[in-house]
Design a protein around this ligand. Structure first.
Ligand code: ARG
Length: 461
């Protein structure tokens, strides 16, 4: 018999029951549900809405249920409609009619809004910690590769010299923004909706601030209709996770390319690669590929949530029950993706000599060659044209800017002197880019320093 069966003369159709039920996925909010109910019962007793002795009985009953669920003595009954009904039914089974007082001044609509907020808050904390570990792995890799010169790319064509440290620190910037987005989302999630009731609050003299304080929320929602119908925070979280996955996916794509024999810049640890069932020579970057693949799935979860909400009239509608599977899927997949990506990244070998060798072809110092002429007084456009001619000459004669003789240089402009060879040396090219945000050692050390400070500050939060 349903707890709400009073008004009905028939049992619900069994298939409708299956269709309607959410316990198969919302059971994972049991801790939030019980903790929320304990706070609610405490407040009801404190405000004299139920007898304090009954409040105590309810609290003890709920604590018992939580313990028994945690240690496996109590199994979830998947016949229940949802986790809220399961807990309440179990409570009444244990403490009798007093259990029926728990739902005073509350609706499942504000109850589920509370549970999902609490759940998202906890998960944001865990995801944050995982991203911080990834950032610290990046800081370590960067420190080891401050002098690892490589080519940077635009259009996937060799462009200008950078270092491997500078390259991976670009990703650190993205992941730091991800942390800051998660913090923003957390602030808006951290608002307590209980007391909104079904949609119009309640006539009981409840104390919402007390419940908020007991549960560690700094504020309560300010409109009961919004309190039960807002899922912005779920969408924001899915959006944050989509962005985080997008960053990892771009990184994964580069790792996949760089592990290929064509690039050969990296080698993954055996524990983070897989073999082929037919080709004995293969070592595949499956982890990186799956990170890239799962990114699409998390985008799908975000899309599910956005579409689910777009046509809903106020206030609660059952459509909103669909929020859970989507956000749980996004959370689960992002968490494991960050975790394995971090380990794969931390254990990979960077082939410094390969990176430098690839940087030596492709005229990535052509800009520096032009800048050299500019420093001798030539306008940039004129210098640009001369170097264009030099590059064409090199290509036609199988040479590079490094292997040209001074005589050859001087055929293009008599401004060239001996200094050109130093100017186009890749280490010089990198060392000269010491502006804030550049790849030179001092600039990269500043980046690493800022990242380390960020990590210390964030871990204290
Ligand atoms: N299982 C429901 C959900 O996840 C709980 C709220 C049900 N409320 C209702 N009025 N049927 O959204």
């Amino acid at each position: 018999m349903k707890l709400w069966a009073g008004r009905f003369s028939k049992d619900v159709d069994t298939r409708v029951n299956d269709f309607n039920s959410s316990i198969s996925f919302d059971h994972r909010m049991y801790r939030e549900d019980i903790t929320g109910s304990i706070a609610h019962a405490t407040m009801l007793g404190h405000c004299g809405i139920i007898d304090p002795s009954e409040s105590e009985k309810i609290i003890a009953g709920l604590k018992g249920i939580l313990e028994d669920l945690e240690d496996g003595t109590l199994q979830i009954n998947y016949e229940a409609e949802d986790i809220h009904m399961f807990v309440e039914e179990e409570l009444t089974k244990r403490i009798g009619d007093t259990g029926k007082r728990l739902h005073t001044a509350r609706s499942r609509n504000d109850q589920v809004a509370l549970d999902i907020r609490m759940y998202c808050k906890r998960e944001i904390g865990e995801i944050r910690a995982l991203v911080l570990s990834l950032l610290s792995a990046i800081a370590d890799k960067a420190e080891e590769n401050v002098d690892t010169v490589m080519s940077g790319y635009t259009h996937l064509q060799r462009a200008q010299p950078v270092t491997f440290a500078h390259y991976v620190l670009a990703y650190a910037q993205m992941f730091m923004r991800d942390i800051s987005r998660l913090d923003d989302t957390y602030r808006r999630t951290d608002v307590m909706p209980l007391g909104s009731g079904a949609l119009a609050s309640t006539t009981y003299p409840i104390n919402r601030e007390m419940v908020a304080e007991l549960l560690g929320f700094p504020a309560v929602t300010m409109n009961s209709i919004d309190g039960v119908s807002d899922r912005d925070f779920v969408i924001e979280l899915a959006s944050d996770l989509s962005m985080l996955m997008m960053h990892m996916s771009r990184f994964a794509e580069e790792i996949i390319l760089w592990c290929s024999s064509e690039f050969g810049f990296l080698e993954l640890d055996d524990a983070f690669s897989t073999g082929s069932s037919i080709m004995p020579q293969k070592k595949n970057p499956d982890v990186a590929e799956l990170v890239r693949g799962k990114t699409g799935r998390v985008y799908g979860d975000l899309q599910t949530l956005l579409v689910m909400m777009k046509g809903l009239p106020l206030a609660y509608n059952k459509d909103m029950q669909e929020d859970k599977e989507a956000i749980f899927d996004a959370i689960d997949n992002t968490k494991i993706a960050v975790e394995v990506f971090t380990k794969m990244f931390a254990t990979m070998t960077v082939k410094a000599e390969k990176l430098r060798a690839a940087a030596s072809y492709g005229f990535i110092n052509a800009t520096d060659c032009a800048d050299y002429l500019v420093k001798q007084g030539m306008p940039f456009r004129a210098a640009y044209k001369i170097v264009g001619g030099l590059v064409a000459y090199c290509i036609a004669n199988g040479k590079s800017l490094e292997t040209l003789t001074l005589d050859e240089y001087r055929q293009f402009s008599d401004v060239f002197d001996d200094g050109i060879f130093h100017a186009i040396d890749l280490d010089t090219c990198v060392a000269g880019r010491k502006v804030t945000g550049g790849p030179a050692r001092e600039s990269v050390e500043r980046q690493i320093g800022a990242l380390r400070t960020f990590l210390v500050e964030q871990k204290q939060k």
